[in-house]
Design a protein around this ligand. Structure first.
Ligand code: MLT
Length: 325
């Protein structure tokens, strides 16, 4: 029996400390091969993943010794948490540890879009000095529409507010007396109103059946032709084909995407559009965030293997029953 299997790229001092105490098998490419993963899962007590390993009901069925799945990040969309709970398997995660980095990356994309920094950089490095070609826009006085005012949405809005942006928020989970709204001097509005009034729309919602494809051609049609959209949450929430059409037809002015419907994505027209900035799901990838994330998940895995309760549980299963039917 093995203590811990790590099926994705999770490294750092906390992992080294874990490996000094437990038997750790580190196979960062294993997520690409579900059959090999299932084979390895037959005799492990803990599995550590990022967002690529599909922890399905079937996989949980092939793991009779499994006590805990630990997700090095906030999103749980690659883990069947309900099946884990039924199987008596704990799921732990890092709910807030990368939120600041995600918000900072959103601001970086916002400023890069408004000041056309990637295009100006490419042109200047290619020998150009085209000052007139790269006129941009201030964000001061503009309206930011936040879709999903959870922790990352709030941190993003607070930073944008410091630049002088006005904040609109849509979040079906919030009531008008929510403290975030008061702190941000933000208006809680319906989704259509947010889309029609915002100069920049920023998405901060999880991927689930309610949010899948929630932004499509009808929504882009309600936006201002000068507006931009930023997505650092989950790619599935935007219909990418409709977004390409909206960008090409001038229904909206630009987009910055850190996340895609399929990751890694297959070739798409998005890559050739000049008004699009793409990054490879790196919003949470800073030294500081990853140090906090890996420490949290490694400590929780150690706690569970030692019979203690985790600090960041995502579910509350009973004791492990026999293998799922
Ligand atoms: C998260 O869910 O925490 C971020 O999207 C980063 C990741 O998926 O690893």
């Amino acid at each position: 029996m093995r203590d811990i299997l790590i099926s994705e790229n999770i490294t750092g001092a906390a992992v080294d400390r874990l490996a000094a105490r437990f038997d750790v098998l580190y196979l960062p490419e294993l997520w690409k091969d579900p059959e090999a993963l299932a084979e390895h899962m037959r005799d492990v007590r803990a599995l550590m993943v990022r967002n690529q390993t599909r922890v399905t009901r079937e996989l949980l069925c092939t793991s009779p010794e499994l006590l805990v799945v630990s997700r090095a990040g906030a999103g749980l969309d690659n883990i069947d948490v309900e099946a884990a709970t039924e199987a008596g398997v704990l799921v732990t995660y890092a709910p807030d540890q990368n939120s600041i980095s995600a918000a900072e990356h959103t601001l970086a994309l916002l400023l890069a879009l408004m000041r056309r920094i990637p295009a100006a950089d490419g042109d200047t490095k290619a020998g150009g000095w085209n000052r007139k070609r790269f006129f941009g826009h201030e964000i001061y006085g503009k309206t930011l529409g936040i879709i999903g005012l959870g922790k990352i949405g709030y941190l993003t809005a607070a930073r944008a507010q410091a630049f002088g942006m006005k904040i609109l928020a849509w979040d079906p989970q919030l009531s008008r007396d929510n403290v975030y709204l008061a702190q941000l001097n933000a208006e809680l509005v319906g989704l259509d109103e947010l889309l029609s009034r915002a100069d920049v729309v920023s998405c901060h919602v999880p991927s689930n059946p309610q949010t899948a494809g929630m932004l499509n051609r009808q929504h882009f049609a309600t936006m201002k032709p000068t507006a931009c959209i930023i997505n650092t949450s989950r790619g599935e929430i935007i219909n990418e084909a409709d977004l390409v059409d909206a960008l090409k037809s001038g229904k909206i002015a630009g987009a910055a995407l850190d996340v895609r419907a399929n990751e890694p994505p297959s070739k798409s027209e998005l890559e050739s559009l000049p008004n699009v900035i793409l990054t490879p799901h790196i919003a949470a990838f800073t030294d500081e965030a990853q140090e906090r994330v890996t420490s949290a998940v490694c400590e929780d895995v150690a706690r569970v293997l030692e019979g203690k309760s985790p600090q960041y549980p995502a579910n509350r299963p009973g004791t492990r029953p026999t293998v799922l039917a």
